[in-house]
Ligand binder design. Structure first.
Ligand code: NAD
Length: 439
């Protein structure tokens, strides 16, 4: 466990600034949603921190508080939002462009949304080929750009009178990158920033600036970003919590719900074919093969880890797993995800499952952004630093401590999250062992 049982948690006093990299569909749906909830226009559906409960003690104890009453989380009324984007549109205009929320709802929220104007971004088209924008910082090298971000962060904190900040990457998916020798430690990383090395992507510059400023960082996209030794060293040195990668929504959420169920009944798998059509800007960016590769790696990894073909070769050896994303503008943010699953049962008899999930990407992602902001802030006030594996629940490719494999099963992830909350409050962990009839 990262901290001792019942550790002291600093109170959530004052304002919490939520700094979003990227003011696109996910970020604007998140901000507009929080504003609507604050005004009593909607319920925080999909948010574990707002609606979830945690059972404490024995089943006979009848203690099931809401998570937000059990732990000192920041309250929604204390959240303030800031963002960077390569387009200068306010959160209102960006939300209108994204087309996720109805115009009538956005009209009611126009005042707070219009006030949020994005700061100039650190951007380089080498890393996101399908985009170009004007609202971009200039600087002689990547370290100098990081300094500009550090100034933005300090200015935002002062102007908005924030007590604490968190930063969440909700910007476009960058091209596929592997760890490079310059990511080895902070010294080689900073040298590479000064030399404008190609192995330093813009997302890494933001993560560096956040950690240097004492701000926890979450990565909602599949980019490498903070998942490199140099930035993990910095997170540990600064005592900052970090987590990632790639919000678990839509098709992958369904996969991590269904696959553990099939495995629990020892049903075999011949193949899982997944395809998507989506037409938002995210879909356009992912239409570039280099950005898609980053996403594909993230989406493909989940089944291998959940099904454990090495442990169950008769059931899962050599299953075929294919993932496709097709950019299809008419659909906008309302993605359609199809899955064809070829399974087999008793005596090897074949069966099929078909899923057609007519989902809304940003509607599923927005509550994740809220929960991550509140939980990262809680982790920071508790003194939890480095990778926060208990937040794996929210990610397609959960970051782990070096040498560990990621846990993808959504039910194990939820148990890990809730047991972490119990541990923080000095409560007994729930094992469901049933040694006593009431356990
Ligand atoms: N919506 C989901 O369900 C979901 C799930 C998992 C991951 N994601 C990821 O979240 C991210 C955001 O998704 P979205 O649907 O909001 O996309 P979007 O295209 O609507 O928004 C992304 C925004 O980031 C901006 N941007 C790009 N590079 C930037 C940079 N270097 N600095 C600042 N801004 C930058 C773009 O201009 C754009 O406005 C994507 O990477 C996506 O893959 C989304």
């Amino acid at each position: 466990m990262p901290v001792k049982k019942g550790a002291e948690i600093a109170p959530a006093k004052g304002k919490l600034g939520v700094l979003l990299v990227g003011l696109g569909a996910v970020s604007t749906t998140f901000i507009a949603g929080v504003e609507a909830i604050k005004e009593g226009m909607a319920e925080p559906i999909g948010s574990l921190t707002q609606m979830g409960t945690v059972r404490l003690g024995k089943r006979t104890d009848n203690r099931v508080p809401k998570i937000k009453d059990f732990l000192p989380l920041a309250s929604l009324k204390d959240l303030v939002f800031g963002a960077w984007d390569i387009f200068p549109d306010s959160a209102y205009d960006a939300a209108m462009h994204a087309g996720v929320l109805e115009k009538d709802l956005l009209a009611k929220l126009k005042k707070p949304l219009q006030k949020i104007k994005p700061m100039k971004a650190v951007f380089d088209q080498t890393y996101v080929k399908r985009l170009s924008g004007e609202n971009v910082k200039q600087g002689k090298n990547k370290l100098e750009l990081a300094r500009q971000l550090i100034n933005d962060i300090a200015d935002f904190k002062r102007k908005n009178k924030c007590d604490r900040l968190v930063m969440i990457w909700a910007a476009s998916t960058e091209i596929f990158m592997k760890q490079h020798a310059v990511h080895r430690n902070l010294e080689t990383f900073e040298k590479a920033m000064r030399e404008n090395h190609k192995a330093i992507a813009p997302s890494m510059v933001y993560a560096y600036a956040a950690l240097k400023s004492g701000v926890p960082f979450a990565n909602g996209a599949p980019n490498l970003t903070v998942d490199i030794p140099a930035l993990m060293d910095l997170a540990n040195k600064q005592g900052m919590p970090v987590c990632g990668k790639d919000f678990k929504t839509g098709q992958t959420l369904m996969k991590t719900i269904l696959a553990p169920g099939l495995k629990s009944r020892m049903l075999g798998l011949h193949g899982w074919y997944s395809t998507n059509i989506l037409g938002n800007r995210d879909g356009e960016v992912l239409d570039d093969p280099d950005s898609f590769k980053t996403k594909e790696e993230s989406k493909l990894s989940v089944l291998e880890y959940i099904l454990q073909p090495d442990v169950y070769p008769q059931l899962y050896k050599d299953f075929s797993h294919v993932v496709r994303i097709n950019y299809y503008p008419p659909r906008g943010d309302n993605k359609e995800g199809w899955d064809n699953i070829d399974i087999f049962g008793w005596l090897g008899y074949k069966m099929q499952i078909k899923i057609d999930f007519l989902c809304r990407d940003s509607i599923l992602a927005a509550p994740i952004v809220l929960d991550l902001a509140l939980f990262l802030d809680l982790a920071q006030r508790t003194g939890m630093k480095g990778v926060q594996e208990w937040l794996s629940f929210y990610f397609k490719s959960p970051m782990t401590a070096p040498g560990l494999y990621p846990e993808h099963d959504v039910f194990i992830q939820l148990m890990k999250l809730k047991n972490t909350l119990r541990h923080l409050r000095g409560e007994d962990l729930i094992t469901h062992l049933g040694l006593e009839y009431y356990d």
